[in-house]
Write a protein that binds this ligand. Structure first.
Ligand code: S3P
Length: 430
């Protein structure tokens, strides 16, 4: 286990180019793996999770070559081969859930396995719709390992019962290869990277009466693409900018997809000035430069409420928002976030216990947290719970603590952002 020591910092200053978005990298890896031809994916995520997706594609017959500046994926032109061993999804829920939909129509037997954390995460949510499409999935007590006996699938009409882009994607990827037209509706719109990625690879998706329609039997062709920088990785530094009155940070070529960018509004509402520059669209994804400065005069005295659709849109950024909340003027209240309990760790419980270890006042609720603002925190020993976002969130909290913070299990950061601690040291001098 790796320990990182975080010392109180003076400021946050500088500029960064972030590695590629984790969510988009997964989707490009999988669709390039299925497509015909060789895709060139520049700025592919450096995180371990998207590399689990690449490794699964290789096990299914795609050819993967990692070049210095891009990854080349030569796809199987619609026909995955029988893997020789279990498909190892590592720590990655995205890999396991989306891959299940991608491979279910292929006439082989697949076993999907993951690490201890992934093996505890709920998988019934993908088994149900895929079984309705005719897929044969066997779970282990609702979890991985998953066995899929692949075969012909048929289209369904599906309304997602929980907001989950991974479940939506599993159904879209299966629908792409089913007979008939699959239709899908979401009560709360989740990140739409799969929709953009499918179109980029040549598939047709339409929207009618609020439903997403995808016809089966469509073929994909390879693309050349640059993955936008990861806004969920940027989130750690954007939240850190709230902590120093003279902070000034520029993040270049970051993904600004509107289904992901609620964080920018929340950071602004908590007391930051944010400017977006050079915004462009690539393969349906918005990309641009973010400049952020603290704006303490704009911070509200009342707690900022995060609930409903906003909670779903901020789901990956809630740990870091909670970790900086005690330092904000009015604090935050998070509701409707029960999904946080089944992420890489129980993020509600771990955020609460780690904040308490730093001396913060915090109330844990079944579906969220209440964290008053205006608090002073001291350094503490932090348990990352082997969860990347907890390790990074509490490194940010440690920047404004009155003493040293020790992050235990800091190596977890490499799941999504291996460069995190290097950037932190450059941007936040002691
Ligand atoms: C993701 C969707 C979200 C998110 C995860 C990545 C994706 O999970 O928390 O980090 O890439 O589709 P859910 O689908 O479980 O909400």
């Amino acid at each position: 286990m790796t320990i990182e020591i975080i010392r109180p910092a003076r400021t946050l200053q500088g500029s960064l180019v972030l590695p590629g978005d984790k969510s988009i990298s997964h989707r490009y890896a999988m669709l390039a793996g299925l497509a015909e031809g060789t895709s060139r994916l520049a700025n592919f995520s450096t995180g371990a999770d998207p590399h689990s997706s690449l490794a699964c594609m290789a096990a299914l017959g795609a050819k993967i070559v990692e070049q210095e500046k891009h990854v080349e994926v030569t796809g199987v032109a619609g026909s995955f081969s029988q893997p020789l061993e279990a498909l190892d999804c590592g720590n990655s829920g995205s890999t396991m859930r989306m891959l299940a939909g991608l491979i279910a129509a292929h006439p082989h037997t697949f076993t999907l396995v993951g690490d201890d954390s992934l093996t505890q995460r709920p998988m019934e949510r993908i088994r149900k719709p895929l079984a309705q499409m005719g897929a044969n999935l066997t779970l282990t007590d609702g979890h991985a390992p998953i066995t899929i006996r692949g075969g012909a699938l048929h289209a369904i009409d599906f309304a997602t019962p929980i907001p989950s882009a991974q479940v939506k994607t599993a159904v879209l990827f299966a629908g792409l290869q089913a007979t008939g037209t699959t239709s899908l509706s979401e009560a709360i719109l989740t990140r739409d990277h799969s929709e953009h990625a499918l179109r980029a690879f040549g598939a047709t998706l339409t929207r009618r009466d609020g439903r997403l329609l995808i016809a089966g039997g469509q073929k994909l062709r390879a693309i050349d693409a640059t993955v936008p920088g990861d806004l969920s990785s940027a989130a750690f530094f954007l939240c850190a900018a709230l902590l120093f009155p003279d902070s000034n940070l520029i993040l270049d070529a970051v993904g600004l997809n509107p289904t992901r960018s609620a964080l920018l509004d929340v950071v602004a509402a908590l007391g930051a000035k944010i400017r977006l520059l050079n915004v462009e669209e690539h393969h349906g994804e918005l990309v641009g430069t973010i400049q952020v400065n603290a704006n303490p005069a704009g911070a509200p005295a009342q707690p900022f409420l995060i609930s409903g659709a906003l909670t779903a849109q901020l789901i990956d950024e809630l740990p870091v928002l909670a970790a900086v909340a005690p330092y904000t003027r009015g604090g935050i209240i998070v509701r409707d976030a029960q999904e946080l309990r089944v992420k890489e760790s129980d993020r509600i419980a771990l955020v609460a216990s780690n904040l308490q270890a730093m001396g913060a006042q915090v109330t844990e609720r079944a579906d969220g947290l209440e964290i008053p603002g205006g608090q002073t925190l001291h350094g503490a020993t932090i348990d990352s719970g082997a969860d990347h976002r907890i390790a990074m969130a509490f490194s940010i909290a440690g920047l404004r603590a009155t003493s040293e913070t020790e992050i235990q299990g800091a190596e977890a950061a490499s799941i999504s952002f291996p460069e995190f601690f290097t950037h932190l040291k450059t941007l936040c001098p002691e």
